[in-house]
Design a protein around this ligand. Structure first.
Ligand code: GDP
Length: 435
């Protein structure tokens, strides 16, 4: 989605790890930003479109700005951040409510106030009433609009946005854009020579269009998109898929690095295996990263044209044994070279993307809890805290962490009831507050 020039922009600034990406995702309702500010990862500014009560705006996450660490931040990022701040209709200065105020916070507050743009100080990770009282100490930073929130638990967001969008124009119904084609970002990862670039060609064929790199994204990343049955499939960083290393050792290492990077950029990850070579340790390593990344996953057994049709069941059995941790991922047998199975893969991508982004209504979750036979502790209720991956919070009588086997049980029950094919499901527990 290309941000429209005419929309007001809201800019999020703050130090690393205060929760900018989580807030960004919460407000846009999408997973765009990289979650977690890992040092060394290009964290250019990230843009998205959001809507609050009919008022649309562009949201920009500037990445971690720390005044003290100017040397550390590539000047390009800083420049982009400055430009974004100067034209901001509103600046959200995000702070970790569990941390002490630092000199860097004070300097940043001063810098923001000097810009003369509307600024709110937003104190994140405030998920209880007691902490809300602590949030007041952040008034010391000299910014009078203060909002305690919990980006992760979606608390306080409405009040914040009510304030932020004040004065933004209401969407005119006649000006609304034509309904957008739904879009899914797909990463193709795997060892060297498993057929990733051949598969990319099979997907994109002749009709591919290069989606030019969004301003501010990594310079050499090129995405290619195709539309299939009214759905847009965006293959991320295809330059990285087509690029070839020199030696085997080099490419193997590179394949892991590329996989990790591509996983972050995608909604759905295709793990490509070579049917002739079978499942190797490196395949499992790469699959492990995809699983940890929380993305929807499809295992693609490529070069199946070289194998006898009958071997599918045995191959899958062996694969499942070696990749137990992604038992939720469908396995597809295909040939990128002949194109066999590629159409089905389009469908499957759509399906797993649907699983990863689906929300179960509270009523259904309540009925689900009632039907559970869970003796380990009492479950009062459950809510779905987020999507991509679907994350469920069980409010229980006991604070301790769940034993692995109990967690496993709950996840299995959720899958049994609601499906979620192809996506990890995350279960968390929290003690229910005493009334
Ligand atoms: P990448 O390194 O994963 O991008 O792999 P490539 O796409 O370059 O493919 C490696 C080799 O496998 C090339 O010689 C391809 O022609 C071949 N290849 C890819 N897919 C298939 C397939 O489905 N069947 C067969 N028989 N060969 C394939």
């Amino acid at each position: 989605m290309t941000p429209s020039k005419s929309l007001p922009t809201v800019v999020i600034v703050g130090r690393p790890n205060v929760g900018k990406s989580t807030l960004f995702n919460r407000i846009t309702g999408k997973r765009r930003a990289i979650v977690g500010d890992e040092p060394g990862i290009t964290r250019d500014r990230i843009e998205g479109i959001a809507d609050h009560k009919g008022r649309r705006f562009e949201l920009i996450d500037t990445g971690g700005i720390v005044l003290q660490d100017l040397d550390y931040i590539p000047s390009q990022i800083l420049k982009q951040a400055r430009v974004a701040l100067k034209r901001a209709a509103h600046i959200i200065f995000l702070i970790d409510g569990r941390a002490e105020i630092t000199g860097a916070d004070r300097d940043l507050a001063q810098m923001l106030l000097k810009l003369g743009r509307p600024v709110s100080i937003v104190v994140n990770k405030i998920d209880t009433q007691e902490r809300e009282n602590l949030a007041h100490e952040f008034y010391l930073l000299g910014i009078s609009n203060l909002f305690p929130i919990s980006a992760e638990h979606a608390m306080g967001i409405e009040a914040l946005l009510d304030h932020v969008v004040t004065g933004f124009p209401m969407e005119q119904p006649e000006q609304t854009e034509p309904i957008e084609t739904p879009s899914v970002k797909v990463a193709i990862i795997g060892r060297p020579n498993t057929g990733k670039s051949t598969l990319l060609n099979a997907f994109t064929g002749e009709e591919r269009s290069i989606v030019s790199p969004v301003a501010g994204t990594t310079r050499d990343a090129v995405d290619e998109a195709v539309t299939h049955n009214d759905m847009e499939y965006v293959f991320v960083d295809t330059a990285g898929i087509r690029r070839k290393g020199k030696t085997t050792l080099m490419t193997e290492k590179l394949s892991v690095v590329m996989a990790r990077r591509h996983i972050r950029m995608a909604d759905v990850v295709l793990i490509v295996l070579d049917a002739v070579e079978g499942v190797l340790a490196l395949d499992s390593t790469i699959a492990g990263y995809a699983h940890e990344g929380g993305r929807a996953i499809i295992v693609c057994v490529n070069k199946w044209d070289l194998i006898e049709e009958k071997g599918k069941r045995k191959f899958e059995q062996n694969l499942r044994d070696q990749m137990k941790f992604i038992d939720y991922a469908p396995v597809m047998f295909l040939s990128a070279k002949t194109g066999q199975g590629v159409k089905d893969l389009f469908k499957m991508i759509r399906e797993v993307d649907g699983s990863a982004s689906s929300r179960i209504p509270t009523g259904e979750l309540n009925r689900f809890v009632e039907s559970l036979h869970f003796e380990e502790r009492k479950i009062f209720y459950v809510t779905q805290a987020s999507v991509r991956p679907p994350t469920f919070v069980f409010f229980t009588s006991n604070t301790g962490p769940l034993h692995f086997s109990h967690e496993r049980y709950l996840i299995n029950q959720i899958r049994k009831r609601f499906g979620f094919r192809g996506t990890p499901v995350v279960v968390k527990t929290r003690a229910k507050k005493k009334a």
